[in-house]
Design a protein around this ligand. Structure first.
Ligand SMILES: Cc1ncc(COP(=O)(O)O)c(C=O)c1O
Length: 510
């Protein structure tokens, strides 16, 4: 282990620690301090020695493997590649390591989501994250655990072993009925129970729709920016992704029309209300136009309703409410507002698609958990849902107001931002030429986390936009957090003013 002490890590650099560990090990190979075929230290030991998170070492080893410096043997560990050619080290000298690291995603290293979790894990481990505006999951302290415990116990007493048997693939029938009633009461939408398919979370819902409707090379339109979990699901079916820009009042209809004239997609994936990451909602006019276009060109709309219940102004209407002839495949998740770990959502589609969707669900995981479905059903039947949703709206409305005010007061005027009417996200745009990944890196050093826009584009391209989430942050931290963000933005501007080229240096390598 002594030989590894010489690996020097500098936390003040922009370079992620895993890249520094990677470079340190390559240097040891180059100096012949460690030899081809030799086993690298166990992850935990090296992490302890270098005082870093184990994720950092895992990433460094993965990177060594990717670049041909190491091989891993299942159950044994990671070894310096026995067939390491001297040219590998020479190649590395020719091509800067940061550029190589960026190859993972086709961009610079800061575009590597793994690197992001690497830095984040480091900061979190060191207790350095003071302001988390990145997390999109609400804090578990808001989960209705006591109420859920009661319904769980009641289900266990009532259904005993039946709660643990195989369930119907389409879902527990009383739950489908409860959902049907809830959607009518809350949103005035008639969704017969036969048209409801229970799934284990919206992510599975998207994946199941991809399985049920897409063939290899089919076209899917998506808004950009968007939730990339959906893109990954579509890509896993070999679909071609076409990006349609999203405006603050909904999809850019002219661009959509122009695209439709060239190619009709099989699916159009959208979040019409409180979009992730922008928080934007479609105007009623755009909703109507989108539905009309789906009819005219005969494609299916996948509506991802992940957040409709978290409204702070007007209650939004899902697209599904306007869908008279079944062009909308509606997915509603109970993750965001309720408890993500329950893994519960549903797809509503017209009856003729029911079997196709149920088959895809069956091939995925046979059925969602019987216990969870039964407990959720009882939660609805005891009318506990409206109270919970109301409580969440009250709690998050307060945070939404605080962040709105803080943005208005502190964020420079040339940062463009449209306040959302609900949900958990604000989307801010830096002026042209500034990249949010650079802001992210500067902010991270101050213990402030934001979500750079790059993560919401299919190709992770550099973006001026970034997302602020108020899911996790405590109300009392909002003002000071936004103030710190504003100061960091000013610093970014100053760096650029002092040396315009600096921004380019900062810019991830393309
Ligand atoms: C827009 C959107 N859709 C779907 C999902 C996945 O949700 P679930 O937890 O229900 O699978 C997420 C999760 O972050 C999301 O943001």
């Amino acid at each position: 282990m002594d030989r590894y002490v010489s690996i020097h890590l500098d936390r003040s650099l922009d370079k992620p620690l895993y890249v520094q560990v990677f470079e340190g090990i390559v240097r040891l190979i180059e100096q012949k301090t460690i030899l081809p075929g030799e086993k690298l230290p166990p992850i935990r030991k090296l992490a302890a020695l270098l005082k870093v998170n184990t994720v950092t070492i895992v990433n460094a080893y993965r990177f060594l493997e990717k670049e041909g410096f190491a091989v891993s043997k299942v159950g044994s560990g990671t070894y310096v590649s026995p067939s390491l050619k001297p040219s590998a080290v020479e190649d590395l000298k020719k091509e800067p390591v940061m550029k190589k690291a960026g190859k993972t995603s086709g961009h610079g290293p800061y575009f590597n989501p793994q690197a992001d979790s690497d830095i984040r894990a480091e900061k979190e481990q060191e207790g350095n994250v003071r302001y988390d505006f990145a997390s999109a999951a609400i804090s578990p302290e808001f989960f209705p655990v006591e109420e859920f415990k009661e319904v769980l116990n009641e289900v266990l007493d009532r259904d005993r072993g039946y709660a643990f048997g195989y369930q119907e693939s389409m879902g527990y029938p009383p739950l489908r009925q409860s959902i049907s009633e809830l959607m009518f009461k809350d949103y005035d939408i008639k969704l017969p129970a036969e048209e409801i398919q229970i799934v284990s979370g919206a992510q599975q819902g998207i994946d199941i729709i991809a399985k049920a409707f897409l063939n290899y090379q089919d076209t899917v339109y998506v808004e950009v920016p968007t939730y990339t979990g959906a893109i990954d699901a579509f890509k896993s079916r070999g679909a071609k992704i076409v990006e349609i820009p999203l405006d603050p009042d909904g999809i850019n209809i002219d661009e959509l029309r122009a695209r439709l004239k060239v190619k009709t997609p099989v699916l159009f994936y959208t979040m019409p209300n409180f979009h992730n990451p922008t928080g934007y909602s479609y105007s009623e006019q755009k909703k109507k136009e989108l539905i009309a276009l789906a009819r005219e060109y005969d494609f299916l709309i996948v509506e991802d309703d992940h957040m409709n219940d978290l409204y702070f102004e007007e209650k939004p209407s899902p697209l599904k409410a306007m869908d008279d002839d079944g062009h909308v495949l509606y997915i509603k998740s109970f993750s965001k507002l309720f408890m993500p770990g329950l893994r519960l959502a549903f797809i509503a589609s017209k009856k003729e698609f029911g079997m196709r969707i149920a088959d895809a669900k069956y091939y995925s995981d046979i059925s969602s958990s019987g216990l969870t479905q039964r407990a959720m059903d009882l939660f609805f039947r005891k009318s506990l849902w409206p109270g919970h949703a109301r409580r969440m709206r009250t709690i998050f409305r307060e945070k939404w107001q605080a962040i709105r005010l803080a943005i208005e007061e502190h964020i420079p005027r040339d940062i463009n931002c449209k306040s959302p009417g609900g949900g958990l996200f604000f989307w801010l745009n830096l002026p042209q030429g500034y990249y949010s990944m650079n802001l992210y890196n500067m902010a991270l050093k101050q213990g402030l986390l934001i979500m750079p826009g790059d993560f919401f584009y299919p190709d992770r391209r550099p973006s001026t936009g970034f997302r602020l989430s108020f899911a996790e942050i405590a109300p009392e931290d909002i003002k000071s957090g936004i103030k710190l963000l504003a100061e960091t933005i000013e610093k970014l501007f100053q760096e650029y003013r002092l040396n315009p080229l600096r921004n380019n240096n900062f810019r991830p390598l393309l």
